[in-house]
Design a protein around this ligand. Sequence first.
Ligand SMILES: Cc1cc2nc3c(=O)[nH]c(=O)nc-3n(C[C@H](O)[C@H](O)[C@H](O)COP(=O)(O)OP(=O)(O)OC[C@H]3O[C@@H](n4cnc5c(N)ncnc54)[C@H](O)[C@@H]3O)c2cc1C
Length: 146
Amino acid sequence: MNHSCQTSICIDKPQLSKLSQSMYMSGLYKQTEEEKLYPERPLYRTEYGRMTWKVLHRIAAMYDKNPSEGDKKLMLETFKGVSLHFPCEECAKHFQKEIEVDPPKVEDNKSLSKWLCIQHNNVNKRLGKELFNCENVDSLIFEYQL
Ligand SMILES: Cc1cc2nc3c(=O)[nH]c(=O)nc-3n(C[C@H](O)[C@H](O)[C@H](O)COP(=O)(O)OP(=O)(O)OC[C@H]3O[C@@H](n4cnc5c(N)ncnc54)[C@H](O)[C@@H]3O)c2cc1C
């Protein structure tokens, strides 16, 4: 575990409950102002991770079938921005590296949805989760356009 991280932003829920017993007691875990105000509702990585994927998949599905050059540039910047500003530092660093190796495919909604599916699978693989079939892009787009 990264001990320099002292907020729930980079801690998964089960880890936090273990931490809460030892680190809260020892004073190592520093609560943010938000956590002090809403102690029962901190943002866990699993929660905002899940929400972010849903938003990103939806953005990709709703992206234009024939985007302008300006739209493509903006979409590229959007994903770069997410990779730079994602609250979990470890996740952000991984995502930045992945984007460097395989930049967002901003040609149209199909290529972007497939690219994002592969990116999501890269994280799934790292976390030992089930992989999605990214070949069936039409059903992926249909699901995320609903
Ligand atoms: C950019 C980014 C990087 C992340 N990096 C890390 C990390 O390094 N370490 C870490 O611990 N957590 C990371 N997370 C969080 C992690 O990916 C999960 O969001 C979190 O663990 C919750 O997982 P979940 O099982 O609820 O499903 P999630 O992975 O959040 O997926 C939500 C839903 O999307 C669907 N789905 C799953 N795979 C795909 C796919 N390939 N394509 C389309 N739909 C799919 C499924 O229906 C799933 O229920 C990252 C999140 C993001 C957005």
